[in-house]
Design a protein around this ligand. Structure first.
Ligand SMILES: [Zn+2]
Length: 70
């Protein structure tokens, strides 16, 4: 287990350092997953879910469990 990463959405650039595995930053956290609004979904637009987020600065994938969104 790594350190818990806190993403403060009220901070400028807070959420935007992290993206879905395809690099989109237009996501929300819900039910222990993130939902990306920018990833194409075959049936339901805007409803693609992942259990990791991508740190756009380091290129590392981080388990959603280790991410807190304030
Ligand atoms: Zn995406």
């Amino acid at each position: 287990m790594g350190d818990v990463i806190v993403i403060d959405e009220s901070e400028p650039g807070g959420q935007w350092r992290y993206g879905c595995p395809n690099g989109h930053t237009d996501w929300i956290k819900r039910d222990g997953m993130i939902q990306c609004r920018s990833c194409p979904h075959p049936k339901i637009p805007g409803r693609v879910s992942y259990d990791v987020v991508l740190d756009l600065k380091t290129g590392q994938q981080i388990a959603v469990d280790e991410v807190r969104v304030r």
